[in-house]
Write a protein that binds this ligand. Structure first.
Ligand SMILES: [Fe+2]
Length: 417
């Protein structure tokens, strides 16, 4: 492999030099382990659909990432823990060679969860001397952000797996219920439009897909002050939203009919499935686990539309991405309806996930991280209750296919003014 530092362009993957990386490394690696702590080996091996991966696979793949992109090229004399693991735990990096088929990850009963945890411990120890090497800071920041993305996926993937079990297993204690009633109509935050600058620039880590920063021209618009709630969504259902073809995009209507969709994923009467098992839904909390098609149909029904990503970002200055209901420690992630721009749920936009003007992926294997997925997906903004706090920012571009809804996906309405 080429030198990993060659693969990371400093202007794309910048890390604030003053951040104590050793402490962050220990915290991030520790959280992954803590999230999986309630799981048995059998739980951690479950794969409920091709889109989702076993918890054990996430623990192993993130470890492979450190071993491949940091230790291999930068730790003198480092030998891989097990030569065979590269084939098992490479996710999608063509430059790193062939790999085990994604839909078959749930067949990997070996290595055991215990063996994977032992590998993690050895890689953590091997990483220690690298953590204070300034020239590696950008690559280490990428590894930390990568592991945080997999923490959220670990949570949403195991939730999907447990939801298939008629016993409705809980992996975390039930969180305290919010004592609020459904809120009134949301206010609107108006923006005059004009030329606005979006995308990442300046110090601090960002993924390559967040840049280059550039100007866009916006018409005057308004965004709702809060995301759409469970109570709002119940009204949409009661009004026949899922049975009214005129509200839906053509692809969306075909999807609703083919999948016989009548409600968000994980809804059952007045309950929804959570990491604490089946719980009563909070009407005031943001709706989650909806597809892009559902979000778009709701917006049509509400006489509004979905935001474009530049509108969402332009309306966000002054909003602290570290605020809101996000993941701080191992526990049940659950939307609550906190005020703020970030947290609770990822918010669908109507913007295709495409490269920004003059975007160039980094050279080498890590250049496969984002750029090659820029086809057929939509951008989501914000952060969810399962996003590790500190991971997201205004320029962050999450992306999923329009039918996917096993993430904590919701929406914030927009309108023209
Ligand atoms: Fe990954």
């Amino acid at each position: 492999m080429m030198g990993a530092m060659d693969a990371i362009r400093a202007d794309r993957f910048t890390a604030a030099a003053q951040v104590p990386l050793a402490g962050r490394f220990a915290q991030v690696r520790g959280l992954s382990k803590a999230l999986a702590a309630p799981l048995s080996d059998a739980d951690a091996t479950l794969q409920s659909m091709p889109d989702a991966s076993p918890a054990k696979w996430h623990l192993a793949h993130t470890t492979w990432f450190w071993e491949t992109f940091l230790l291999r090229g930068h730790a003198a004399g480092h030998a891989p823990y097990d030569q065979r693991y590269a084939y098992l735990f490479n996710s999608y990096y063509e430059a790193e060679g062939p790999r085990h088929a994604r839909p078959s990850r749930g067949l990997l009963s070996r290595p055991s969860l215990g063996e994977v945890l032992e590998w993690r411990a050895q890689v953590d120890a091997a990483m220690e001397p690298l953590l204070d090497r300034a020239e590696l800071a950008p690559l280490i920041a990428l590894g930390l952000a990568h592991e945080q993305q997999h923490q959220e996926l670990l949570l949403t993937d195991i939730k999907h797996a447990f939801a298939q079990n008629p016993l409705g297993p809980a992996m975390f204690a039930r969180p305290q219920a919010a004592s609020r009633s459904a809120r009134d109509e949301p206010g609107w935050r108006e923006h005059p439009g004009g030329v606005v600058r979006i995308g990442h620039s300046g110090p601090g880590f960002a993924f390559d897909n967040e840049g280059p920063a550039h100007d866009v021209l916006l018409q005057p618009f308004a965004l709702a002050e809060r995301p759409v709630s469970n109570a709002d969504w119940a009204e949409f259902i009661a009004d026949g939203g899922y049975r009214t073809a005129s509200l839906w995009l053509s692809d969306g209507w075909a999807w609703v009919q083919a999948e016989q969709v009548e409600a968000p994923l994980y809804w059952r009467e007045d309950e929804h499935f959570t990491h604490a098992g089946w719980l009563a839904r909070d009407p005031a909390a943001p709706v989650t686990h909806i597809s892009y098609y559902e979000a778009d149909a709701f917006a049509q029904w509400a006489g509004a539309r979905l935001p474009i990503e530049a509108e969402w970002e332009a309306a966000a200055p002054g909003e602290d991405p570290a605020q809101g209901n996000q993941l701080d420690a191992a526990g049940c992630p659950l939307p609550r309806g906190d005020t703020g721009w970030f947290g609770d749920c990822w918010q669908w936009t109507r913007s295709a996930y495409l490269p920004y003007p003059r975007f160039r992926p980094a050279a080498g294997a890590v250049g496969e991280y984002n750029g090659k997925f820029m086809s057929g997906q939509l951008v989501l903004k914000g952060a969810s209750c399962a996003t590790p706090r500190g991971h997201s920012r205004a320029s962050y571009r999450n992306f999923f296919y329009p039918h996917q809804r096993w993430q904590f996906t919701g929406l914030r309405l927009a309108k023209d003014i």
